[in-house]
Design a binder for this molecule. Structure first.
Ligand code: SAM
Length: 205
């Protein structure tokens, strides 16, 4: 299962320009706004789960964040991000892993996931994800997560997705996590399409 998943994502990042994929954002505005609202110090730690080639870490390095990790199943995705960052790539811990199998050895203050959890269409996969999340966060830890909303696409990158409203997404992480804030976002794809996203910020009890 993981091999097929990894091959799928490796192929995506090997064959498509990072700024041509549907989930591409020139700037990760919703994530940065969510982080701003949390008023965290730059010493806070953050893991971008399924971060792919996202420029979230670039923007956080510019803001002085110093404890950053990006995890992705696809090594070629991380290679894109590392090449873009150049020398600054050494400021980031890069992890090639399937989040449903990976187990963190430390806690993160912020667990960020944009458009990864929604690929877990089986309950067992979501349980495995929660195990990783709960092992990687302590009381007070924050999750910033975005999935397709109920009126969002049924597939992404050729794969089926599970869509969520705020209540359903928060229920996936209850009772360990409490919903603090939620909002919807209309993402514009590089091709000009519109995709409804559901965002949630949750706190670990
Ligand atoms: C839709 S893309 C979003 C990328 C990034 N979060 C962003 O907002 O630009 C989904 C990402 O999740 C990664 N991914 C998919 N399944 C994964 C898994 N089980 N474990 C880790 N990464 C995964 C893919 O390689 C891809 O980079």
């Amino acid at each position: 299962m993981t091999d097929a998943k990894r091959e799928h994502w490796d192929e995506v990042y090997r064959t498509k320009a990072a700024d041509s994929v549907s989930w591409y954002q020139p700037t990760p505005e919703p994530s940065l706004k969510a982080l701003d609202a949390l008023h965290l110090p730059a010493e806070a730690s953050l893991i971008d789960v399924g971060g792919g080639a996202s420029s979230l870490v670039d923007r956080l390095i510019e803001r002085g964040w110093s404890d950053l990790t990006v995890l992705d199943i696809a090594a070629p995705a991380l290679d894109v991000a590392k090449a873009r960052l150049g020398y600054d790539a050494i400021r980031v811990a890069w992890v090639v892993a399937d989040v449903t199998i990976w187990r963190p050895w430390r806690y993160y203050d912020v667990w960020h996931d944009r458009a990864v959890f929604h690929f877990l269409t089986e309950p067992e996969q979501r349980l495995d994800y929660r195990h990783a999340l709960e092992a990687g966060t302590a009381a007070g830890g924050v999750v910033i997560i975005a999935t397709f909303a109920p009126d969002g696409p049924e597939r992404c990158s050729g794969l089926p997705v599970q869509r969520y409203d705020a209540a359903a997404l928060a229920a996936e992480f209850s009772p360990a996590f409490m919903l603090e804030r939620d909002w919807r976002e209309e993402h514009t794809t590089p091709g000009g399409g519109r995709q409804s996203f559901q965002w949630c910020v949750l706190h670990r009890r």
